[in-house]
Design a protein around this ligand. Structure first.
Ligand code: GLU
Length: 307
């Protein structure tokens, strides 16, 4: 099946536009392509550059959401919604009409609120936001069973230096009383968790709990409750790809999350997880070749949640 995926995407590799609004991402080779499928019994099938690390970017929002739900519970939903935005990932327009409450935790504004919760929870006794970042990194390493996962500090710095848009979102929410911490403290954590570097293999392995009712099928760790897992997947299906979420559901039929580093994480409930990486993006910021590969994989496996 993976051979069929490889053949289907081969002519397209290198297409799409590499993100350049974060300068450190602009130099990534657009011809990279990796894919890893993690199955319930711990088996892993891979293609291409599946052992090369790439910038997780917004895929980290799935892990911060899982961690925040664990840390603060359903209180999270007082400050962020669960509706698709239909807007670009960094849009500010809805925030004014909706009194500073972002539509969902997977757009930038909503992810900043989620991170703000983590900073409030883990960094109350700290001037900086590092304890929240360490918590996330520890969780990722444990789930991936790989202690080598690191933050790419050059990417974090580059985003911090060019992050006017995210600062605007955070200050706008602060004006509506929807930030618990100083904007720069929360953004320091946000920029760093977006800059975690992972391989497809590590990412697919780390997310395996999402395919099994919140429980890692290999280690038995209950990472989030079954009900929360179902809800995280619902938000991924409706909002995982910004203003491209409907098309992704239509073409691929799996809950997923894209990042502007060119990665996509998709979850096939009861089956496994798929991490794919190809840096060229479509207009909505989702990996172009990554989506094509997932479409072909779902065609081969019949894993769409819609039957
Ligand atoms: N760190 C990126 C930002 O805040 C994440 C965007 C994405 O991956 O979609 O702009």
């Amino acid at each position: 099946m993976l051979n069929a995926v490889e053949q289907a995407v081969a002519p397209e590799i290198g297409t799409g536009k590499v993100a350049d609004y974060i300068p450190a991402l602009a130099s990534v080779d657009p011809r990279k392509f990796g894919l890893a499928v993690a199955l319930s019994d711990g088996r892993m099938e891979t293609l291409g550059d599946s052992d090369e690390a790439f910038s997780m970017q917004s895929i980290s929002k799935i892990f911060t959401l899982s961690l925040a739900l664990k840390a603060v519970g359903d209180r999270l939903w007082d400050r962020v919604g669960r509706e698709p935005s239909g807007s670009p990932f960094n849009s500010i327009v809805q925030l004014e009409n909706e009194q500073g409450i972002p539509r969902n935790p997977l757009i930038n504004a909503g992810a900043i609120v989620t991170t703000d919760h983590l900073v409030e929870h883990y960094c109350a006794d700290s001037d900086g936001a590092e304890p929240a970042v360490v918590e996330l990194l520890t969780m990722l390493r444990r789930l991936a069973q790989d202690d080598t996962i690191q933050i790419d500090s050059a990417v974090a710095l580059s985003e911090a230096e060019s992050g006017s848009r995210n600062r605007a979102l955070a200050h706008f929410m602060a004006a509506f009383g929807n930030m618990a911490n100083p904007v720069e403290k929360t953004l320091a954590a946000y920029f760093r968790h977006c800059a975690v570097a992972v391989t497809c293999r590590q990412l697919a392995r780390a997310a395996l709990f999402l395919a099994h009712g919140g429980r890692d099928p290999v280690t038995g760790e209950q990472v989030v409750t079954r009900q929360r897992c179902r809800r995280i997947l619902a938000v991924m299906m409706s909002s995982g790809h910004y203003d491209n979420s409907g098309d992704f559901a239509y073409r691929i039929g799996l809950p997923g999350k894209s990042g502007v580093g060119g990665g996509i994480l998709a979850v096939a409930p009861g089956q496994g997880t798929i991490a794919v990486w190809s840096p060229g993006l479509n207009r909505a910021g989702t990996s172009r070749v990554g989506s094509l590969a997932l479409g072909e994989l779902v065609r081969q496996t019949g894993w769409s949640v819609f039957g």
